[in-house]
Design a binder for this molecule. Structure first.
Ligand SMILES: Nc1ncnc2c1ncn2[C@@H]1O[C@H](COP(=O)(O)OP(=O)(O)OP(=O)(O)O)[C@@H](O)[C@H]1O
Length: 260
C-alpha cells in the first residue's frame, strides 16, 4: 500500500530541548489518524512537520514521496490540506466566504488580484455545498459563528483536492450541537474511499469522528502508543499518556473517557 507520510527517527529541537524525540510513523493513503496527547506534548509540531512547514532537526520526513528539505516545497504544499486556528487567524474578517475557499487555489488567505477560472468558482461552490455552507457563500467570514468558521476552514483546506489532509483541533471551542454537526460531516468524509489520507489532532476522545482507523498518542514529545484505533484508544494507553487513571468507553465508532 502507498504511504503518504513517513517519519524516520524524527527529532525536533528548539533551544536545545527536544520537542519531538525519535518519532517513527507511517501513514498510508487509506488511513485516517487521530493524534492525542496532553497540552504541550508536541501534537501541533508533529502536524507542522507533516505539512512541511517545519524541518526536522534529525531523522527524515517524507511526504507524498518527497523528502522534506530536498524537494521543491512550492509544488508539495498544494497537495497537502491544512486547517488550524492559527491559519484561520490569517483570513481577513471581511473576506467573502466564497473567496476564503477559492483563494486556496492560489495558496493565499485574502483575495487580491489573482485570476480565478470558472472551474475554481464551481469547485468552491461544490465544496461549500458538501460542508453545508452554501447559504453563507456571500457572507463575510468574520460574521460567521465559530462552528461555521471551522467548517469554512476545512472546506478551504480541501479546495485543492489534497492527497493528505491535516486538521488541528477542528472541534475545539464548539458547542455540543456544532461539534456533533462537524463530527457527522467529518465522519462521512473520513468514511469515503474518495477522501485523502487524514490526520486530526484533538484533545478529547469524544471528538474522534466515525471512520477513523488509527491513533497515535504523544507524551512529552515521544510516541507512547500508535496503531489501529481499537488497540490504541484504551484505558491502559490513555492513562499512561495523560498520567491519570482513566476509563474508556466505546459506543459504536465513538469514544468517551473519564477519570477512573
Ligand atoms: N516557537 C517555540 N519556541 C519554543 N518552544 C516552543 C515553540 N513552539 C512550541 N514550543 C514548545 O513545544 C512544546 C510542544 O508544543 P506543541 O504546540 O507542538 O504542543 P501541543 O501538543 O500541540 O500542545 P497543545 O495541546 O497545548 O496545543 C511545548 O512545550 C511548547 O511550549
Amino acid at each position: 500500500m502507498a504511504s503518504v507520510l513517513e517519519f524516520d527517527d524524527v527529532t525536533f529541537t528548539r533551544d536545545g530541548t527536544a520537542i519531538l524525540d525519535s518519532v517513527d510513523w507511517r501513514v498510508d493513503a487509506s488511513d485516517r489518524w487521530v493524534v492525542l496527547g496532553p497540552n504541550g506534548a508536541g501534537k501541533t509540531t508533529l502536524l507542522q512537520l507533516a505539512a512541511s512547514m517545519l524541518h526536522s532537526s534529525s531523522g527524515s520526513v517524507t511526504v507524498l514521496d518527497e523528502r522534506v528539505g530536498s524537494s521543491d516545497l512550492a509544488e508539495l504544499r498544494p497537495r497537502i490540506g491544512f486547517a488550524s486556528t492559527a491559519m484561520a487567524r490569517r483570513i481577513p474578517g471581511d473576506e467573502r466566504v466564497l473567496d476564503v475557499v477559492m483563494t486556496a487555489a492560489h495558496s493565499v488567505a485574502g483575495r487580491w488580484n489573482e485570476t480565478y477560472e470558472e472551474v475554481d468558482e464551481r469547485r468552491a461552490h461544490r465544496v461549500l455545498r458538501e460542508w453545508r455552507l452554501d447559504r453563507f457563500a456571500e457572507r463575510r467570514f468574520g460574521s460567521l459563528s465559530d462552528g461555521e468558521q471551522k467548517r469554512v476552514q476545512i472546506a478551504r483546506s480541501i479546495m485543492t483536492d489534497p492527497e493528505l489532509l491535516l486538521l488541528d483541533e477542528p472541534a475545539a471551542s464548539l458547542d455540543l450541537g456544532a461539534r456533533e454537526e462537524l463530527l457527522q460531516l467529518l465522519g462521512a468524509y473520513a468514511s469515503s474511499d474518495e477522501s485523502p489520507a487524514m490526520i486530526m489532532v484533538t484533545h478529547h476522545v469524544e471528538e474522534i469522528p466515525t471512520g477513523f482507523s488509527h491513533a497515535l498518542l504523544l507524551a512529552e514529545g515521544s510516541v507512547s502508543a500508535s496503531g489501529p484505533i481499537d488497540e490504541v484508544v484504551t484505558a491502559e494507553h490513555l492513562s499512561a499518556t495523560f498520567g491519570l487513571e482513566l476509563t474508556v468507553h466505546r459506543d459504536g465508532d465513538r469514544f468517551s473517557a473519564r477519570a477512573a
